[in-house]
Design a protein around this ligand. Sequence first.
Ligand code: NAD
Length: 350
Amino acid sequence: MKYALIGCGRVAKHHIWAARNNNIEIVALCDIDYDKAVAFAKTHSIENVNIYKDYKELINNEDVDFVSIATVSGTHGEIALYCAQNKVNFIVEKPLAMSMTEADAVIAAAEKSGVVAGTCHQNRFNIAVQELKAALDNNRFGKISHGSINVRWCRTKAYYDSDDWRGKWLSDGGTLMNQCVHGIDLLRWLMGDEVVSVYGQVRNSQHPYIEAEDIGVAVLTFRDGSVATVEGTVNMVEDLEQTLSVFGEDGMARLGGLNASSVDVWRFKDEEAADKDRREIEEKAANVYGNGHTSLFMDFVNAINEKRPPYVDLYAGRRAIEIILAIYKSQKTGQVVKLPLTDFGTKDMI
Ligand SMILES: NC(=O)c1ccc[n+]([C@@H]2O[C@H](COP(=O)([O-])OP(=O)(O)OC[C@H]3O[C@@H](n4cnc5c(N)ncnc54)[C@H](O)[C@@H]3O)[C@@H](O)[C@H]2O)c1
């Protein structure tokens, strides 16, 4: 498999590691900052690689099996659309896009051209998350009462100062769109995807130098009547937790650690022998990004070979931003927002 990476910043090395762990050949890199891409190639000993400044040139010149897009969030929609229109398979980092219109355009173009395309919500591959998904699919919780996601991390002024795009409505959004989007993806997916309404509030409490929120809270209502809460913030004095809970009539589970990668609580009325081991799950990861990029790339390559959609497709990315944009819209209007949401974007928060 021949592969190219677009965007050589902070998360990029995880894409390179994921490619190498899957024996994927890295043939091209692109960054709008050409020297940064050259330095990145050197740092990571990526040899015999073509380096581009313009992603369109890369797409037009290179014969690759797929690309991954790890650029500034506000550029994802545009680059993904170009890949789809030019029949290049792609993985796009989260968030898929900054507006529903943009997300829908990407999905429509990808379906029209028949490319294999997915969003980088790698935490779906966490061992603890996979166990929770299996327990839900096997109906071990019975009737679901409620769930929650709490992303309580720390991002300092130095973090926001490090890149001009961070915390701005058009290029990033706030903590829900950047840090909490994985947790929101997990919560919605695990609880069955069918969210009918969202009420949310966002604030900027501790980071006056950014445009968007540093704390967001919301209540989601699902079609089956179950409810869930969201709390996403970067206002902690240090990274505290990403905790995901699901409660049902027959079971309760809480995943914790910094990215929902360990099992804190695992109790079911129908205790199975394997539950003892499941309670011990504590997946080690070097940072809050987790280990999932390698699994996500592996599945993506298999999806190309098997001509099927990837495990984490573009709809996953769309569903996650739909919740976040609905929370933003709820803050703006003071109303409960009914889904589906079709026409809202972060630009509407300016
Ligand atoms: N999946 C995860 O866990 C995870 C973790 C961190 C970041 N991310 C996402 O990855 C993206 C990048 O984040 P980061 O922290 O690496 O940011 P970064 O600023 O460190 O890197 C982004 C890079 O993209 C380049 N770039 C910008 N516009 C471009 C364009 N049009 N063409 C080519 N290159 C362009 C920039 O020059 C920069 O080098 C963000 O969208 C972020 O949300 C995902």
